[in-house]
Design a protein around this ligand. Structure first.
Ligand SMILES: Cc1cc2nc3c(=O)[nH]c(=O)nc-3n(C[C@H](O)[C@H](O)[C@H](O)COP(=O)(O)O)c2cc1C
Length: 334
């Protein structure tokens, strides 16, 4: 099979060329000074993989599971709202890309398509990310549709009670929410992010859905422990890629303490700056079960499969690291 693009930088360059500047900035930008986003990346870069030699590399097993769902490799597609800005078939096309890349799609609660449409358009496994864009009755009705459509878990995003100040958008006097209105499925009746969310909403969610519940946006061991004590099944270590609270800790730096607090009581996903196979391995060595990859900064007109297959290739080309994918064996350089 020959691909038009074979490296990530050229895909980014092409996306930058074909996307309107505002859309590029929405995908690539973060909140305020973008310090959190930078920290995510710097903290990953600081970690070094110990190079063991002469590790038998004939069989590399990259398989894992997420809430019991088998994955052939430990990368899933993160939820991204506003995909209509990148491609006219947005989340639907992303689902097709996930299927071709043999991975799982998290559908954003800010999707521009009905959950049924996305579910029906591709065969790969899917999970749902929840925002409360309505009262509890509205959310309950949505969850029933999510269950009926075959999604395999629900992750509540817990770091977005107030939408952040994305300064690239502010500077451009551009509103992503307005631009997203061209999507076929409008947001719920209360399109603002709900300030009212508390831990009682997690309990309510567990009572309201039969699906395993996860929390996306956990950054402290204390919160992680509270979540697993309540029976939360996915702890998603994330600072929203720096798109919400500026100046937080890097997500990879938050991971070890969270992994200790969670133990084997829940599955851990991490995101934030993971754009290379070696970064995925660092995440796993430090305690995560899967790393999320957001492909939004690459215009979706570029077939998703290319970029993901490249990362998959990178993951498989690190036998020493797979041999040593335990935290104790991976050196952290200060
Ligand atoms: C364009 C875009 C839209 C996003 N929309 C959502 C969303 O609707 N819900 C959500 O929980 N996270 C959303 N995120 C955050 C991602 O799920 C993920 O946490 C973040 O991109 C991870 O950081 P990274 O891109 O550095 O890996 C979005 C990210 C991007 C880039």
């Amino acid at each position: 099979m020959s691909f038009r693009f074979v490296t990530q930088p050229e895909i980014r360059r092409e996306a930058r060329r074909i996307l309107p500047l505002e859309v590029w900035n929405f995908g690539d930008g973060a909140s305020e000074t973008e310090l959190t986003k930078k920290r995510n990346r710097q903290a990953l870069d600081r970690l070094a993989i110990r190079q063991d030699i002469l590790v038998d590399a004939r069989e590399i097993d990259t398989a894992t599971t997420l809430c019991g769902v088998p994955l052939s490799w430990p990368v899933v597609i993160a939820p991204m709202g506003g995909l209509v800005l990148f491609h006219e078939e947005g989340d639907v096309e992303m689902g097709r890309g996930a299927e071709r890349a043999d991975t799982l799609q998290f559908l954003s609660g800010a999707t521009g398509w009905p959950v049924e449409t996305v579910a029906a358009a591709s065969k790969g496994p899917k999970m749902f990310q929840l925002y409360h864009f309505g009262d509890r009755a509205w959310v309950a009705e949505l969850l029933a549709r999510v269950e009926a459509s075959g999604y395999l878990s629900v992750c509540l995003t817990v770091d977005t009670q107030v939408y952040s100040r994305r300064e690239r958008d502010v500077l451009a006097r551009w509103s992503p929410r307005e631009a997203m209105k061209k999507a076929p499925n409008p947001r719920g009746p209360a399109p603002d992010y709900p300030t009212r969310l508390t831990w009682s909403d997690v309990e309510w969610l567990q009572k309201t859905t039969r699906l395993p519940v996860g929390l996306k946006g956990v950054m402290t061991a204390t919160d992680a422990k509270r979540a697993v004590d309540m029976g939360v099944r996915i702890v998603w270590v994330s600072n929203h890629g720096g798109r919400q609270l500026d100046s937080t800790q890097a997500s990879i730096d938050a991971l070890p303490a969270i992994a200790d607090a969670v133990g084997d009581r829940a599955d851990i996903i991490i995101d934030g700056g993971f754009s290379r196979g070696t970064a995925v391995l660092k995440g796993i060595a430090w305690g995560a079960r899967a790393d999320e990859h957001q492909a939004s900064d690459v215009g979706l007109r570029v077939p998703r499969r290319l970029e993901l297959s490249e990362i998959r290739d990178e993951v498989r080309r690190c036998p020493p690291a797979w041999g040593a994918a335990r935290r104790a064996d991976t050196a952290g350089c200060p």
